[in-house]
Ligand binder design. Structure first.
Ligand code: PMP
Length: 403
């Protein structure tokens, strides 16, 4: 009998790698570690009573439908609700333009499945959402990182992306940088993409989590025929419900629906009915401002802690929404190499290199401000500063800088 295993992995399986964030979350789950790593919404913000009531309502009113197989496109009233809600993003769409997905993460997978061949190029921001790279990797994509400044990708740099299958963007309070693309830049980018015939995949899970002013209208609203827009209930309601949606033009929608059918037949109809029951009467208009207020408090606590504890030579900007600070350490310090020591001291974060398609930068890290309570945030940042103090490569001038 042969001792070798009978399975031969597909080529694409070799491109499926463990998510560094999941691995770090395991580390961060150790007792006594303050996790500034995972982008987990604060469980204190989940509307428990409202979800309980909605669940009871569904079980009382439509139990058999809620437990039966259902349509791939999604629960019709929820699709209608999403279509109307997106008018605030400048999107003029109907329920037929909306596909309900199992989180927006599934939307990314379906986009990859339908649009990418082995060797296809995806143009991405630099840095970009690591979960999107994970979703596109099995389709054997290659990446082209588009140069950017503080306002987002540079429209002129898009010129290199001729032939790419699409440009993937997180325009609002981006994961990982917290940066938002301004209104003028959005227009320039969409005008350039349109000229080039380069489709846009706009991923917007954080847009509603603004602290000062709503984000500008979506990029997709400038070029609906050339754009796919992804949204999610994870950050405004609860991620465990696994509910997201894709808006796509009629030229693409049937293929996305067929790809989803093959993947999971449909998103759990029970969850869709519960969420519809939660949102149908305008609940989010009361709830989301409370989430914003809570997160703004966390953001302020982290900013105060960074100012208090971080030595000179570290740089960051204050995010105007979302869930993340993006911290630049002095060049020469490797955030990945420093992580084990930081976790030993009692704080976890996500090293930044994972967010670069070309893994080219090592001195950056992502800090989530929403999961840990404000009192722990200060202690976490203090521990991070301690880890930095003993990091290999720290500038020898640090004693002076620390005073
Ligand atoms: N896109 C971005 C930019 C994200 O940060 C996340 C969550 N971390 C997702 C998509 C996936 O979210 P979900 O599947 O929960 O909707």
């Amino acid at each position: 009998m042969s001792s070798s295993l009978p399975f031969q992995l597909a080529r694409r399986a070799q491109r499926i790698q463990p998510s560094i964030i999941r691995e770090i979350l395991n580390l961060a789950a150790r007792p006594n570690v303050i996790s500034l790593a995972g982008g987990l919404p604060s469980p204190d913000a989940f509307p428990l009573e409202k979800v309980r009531e909605a669940t009871n309502h569904v079980l009382r009113q439509t139990p058999r439908e809620a437990l039966q197989y259902a349509s791939t496109e999604g629960f019709a009233p929820l699709r209608e609700w999403v279509a109307q809600d997106l008018a605030a993003q400048g999107l003029r769409i109907g329920a037929g333009d909306v596909l309900i997905t199992s989180g927006s993460q599934q939307g990314l997978d379906l986009v990859g499945k339908v649009l990418l061949d082995p060797g296809s190029v995806v143009a991405v921001e630099s840095p970009t959402y690591v979960g999107a790279l994970q979703a596109f990797n099995p389709y054997e994509a290659d990446y082209l990182s588009i140069a950017n400044d503080d306002e987002g990708p540079l429209p002129d740099a898009l010129a290199q992306a001729g032939g790419a299958r699409f440009l993937y963007l997180v325009p609002n309070f981006q994961n990982p940088t917290g940066r938002t693309i301004g209104a003028a830049r959005r227009e320039q980018l969409t005008a350039q993409a349109r000229r080039m015939g380069l489709p846009l995949v706009e991923d917007n899970p954080y847009g509603d989590l603004w602290f000062d002013a709503p984000a500008p209208a979506s990029l997709a609203s400038h070029w609906p025929e050339g754009s796919v827009y992804l949204g999610s209930f994870s950050k405004v309601l609860a991620p465990g419900l696994r509910l997201g949606y894709v808006v796509a033009p009629p030229s693409l929608m049937p293929k996305l629906v067929q790809a989803k059918q093959a993947a999971d037949l449909h998103t759990p109809i029970f969850n869709q009915q519960v969420v519809y029951q939660v949102v149908r009467d305008g609940f989010l208009a009361e709830h989301v401002p409370l989430v914003r207020e809570r997160y703004r408090g966390h953001r302020d606590a982290m900013q105060a802690a960074l100012l208090r504890h971080m030595p000179q030579g570290c740089r960051w900007s204050v995010p105007a929404g979302g869930m993340f600070f993006w911290l630049a350490l002095p060049e020469g310090i490797d955030a990945m190499a420093m992580l084990a020591h930081a976790v030993e001291l009692g704080v976890a974060y996500v090293p930044g290199f994972a967010f670069f398609a070309d893994r080219s930068r090592h001195n950056l890290l992502r800090l989530s401000f929403v999961t840990a309570p404000p009192a722990q945030i200060d202690r976490g940042i203090e521990l991070l500063a301690q880890a930095l103090d003993t990091a290999p490569g720290w500038p020898t001038t640090r004693q002076g800088a620390l005073q």
